[in-house]
Design a protein around this ligand. Structure first.
Ligand code: F7E
Length: 326
């Protein structure tokens, strides 16, 4: 039985990845950060309680990571833990950089010392491309990195230190450069779930407006379940590498509002207003990933369309607020 160790197992990708690995027969271990409301730490993995081994851990606590890796001796390590909110990275820039940059170095050091023959996956991000777009409108493995947030800058360090350790210490350490992943388990302060949750509340008479930031930002939105399959696939290769994982389609926040409100037989223009507080000091205006490399070399492709994913989120919030699927 293969063993996997997941940092950020309580997050959206971590929880879907744990489910995926369990179905493949893995023994799954993971860490969650301690906070004062313990019920909130494992809500996304409550249904896996007897199937995963969860420990307290933190990317900033290298000795704790090293001890766990030494005890568990995993075959695969997935580093998904991060301060993952881009706008919030402006509020807590030092914590973001400590966790997302120095934290990667910490787990790499623990891995190198405790179980160097394991394979390592780093959750890199399309935010690393920032304002750089190739002439054909896509971002791909060769696109320059010009991040536009403390989050993006911290992820660039994580990406590069993984490559550095791969070459310097001959470690099987890979980067997945993932574009936005949006399942129903997404935090509701990210735009997709915020739009769907509030639109459903409006439909049910529980809210009367939706306050957003920039409606004209374009993103390439895929489903986390498709992306965790890619993470696992990346670690099944003989050689480590870097891979962009994306749907290749882009839509604006406005397009998404139009779709979600339309599905609920509402006109988004009657409810959506802009609030300055959701604007970012510097915005990444446009994202569209080219995942040709992983599609052609590893045979990955997404199963969810944008519409399937948004419909799933609408159903999930409908069920949450009204107890029935309408
Ligand atoms: O914003 C705009 C906002 O916060 C998407 C993370 O997983 O993907 C994610 O980062 C867009 C931005 O995700 C609101 O300005 C408008 O242009 O859902 P988001 P993100 O910043 O793209 C990347 C790949 C990651 O790696 C990150 O970890 O939507 N937007 N109005 C808004 N965004 C939010 N959150 N809230 C609004 O009210």
């Amino acid at each position: 039985m293969k063993k996997a160790f997941i940092t950020g197992i309580g997050g959206q990708d971590g929880s879907y990845l744990a489910e995926h690995l369990i179905t493949l027969g893995y023994e799954v271990h993971g860490i969650v950060r301690r906070n004062s409301v313990s019920e909130q730490q494992q809500t996304r993995i409550d249904h896996l309680t007897n199937k995963v081994k969860v420990y307290y851990g933190d990317l900033l606590d290298q000795s704790g990571l090293e001890r766990l890796l030494r005890e568990i001796q995993p075959d695969e390590i997935y580093n998904l833990a991060a301060q993952s909110h881009v706008r919030v990275s402006y509020d807590i820039p030092q914590f973001t950089v400590q966790t997302n940059a120095v934290g990667v170095l910490n787990i790499l050091e623990a891995y190198r010392s405790a179980c160097p023959s394991a394979k390592f996956y780093q959750a890199s991000s399309s935010e690393m491309f920032g304002s750089a777009v190739d002439e054909d409108g896509f971002q791909r493995e060769t696109t320059p990195m010009r991040p536009v947030s403390p989050y993006g800058c911290s992820k660039v360090f994580g990406f590069n230190i993984v490559r550095n350790y791969r070459h310097a210490y001959k470690l099987h350490a890979s980067n997945g450069l993932l574009i936005n992943r949006e399942p129903p388990r997404r935090g509701s302060n990210f735009v997709t779930n915020k739009v769907v949750k509030t639109a459903v509340q409006i439909k049910l008479g529980l809210a009367d407006k939706l306050e957003l930031g920039n409606l004209d930002a374009y993103r390439d939105w895929g489903h986390s379940k498709d992306y965790v399959r890619a993470m696992h696939l990346i670690l099944q290769q003989d050689e480590p590498n870097d891979w962009v994982v994306a749907t290749g389609e882009t839509r604006s926040v406005r397009d998404m509002c139009k779709y979600v409100f339309g599905k609920l037989e509402l006109n988004y223009e009657d409810y959506v207003i802009q609030n300055q507080k959701f604007l970012r000091p510097e915005e990444l205006p446009y994202l569209k990933g080219d995942s040709t490399k992983i599609r052609t070399e590893l045979g990955w492709s997404p199963e969810y369309t944008f519409e399937m994913m948004m419909d799933e989120m609408i159903e999930s919030w409908m069920y949450y607020f009204s107890g029935s699927i309408k």
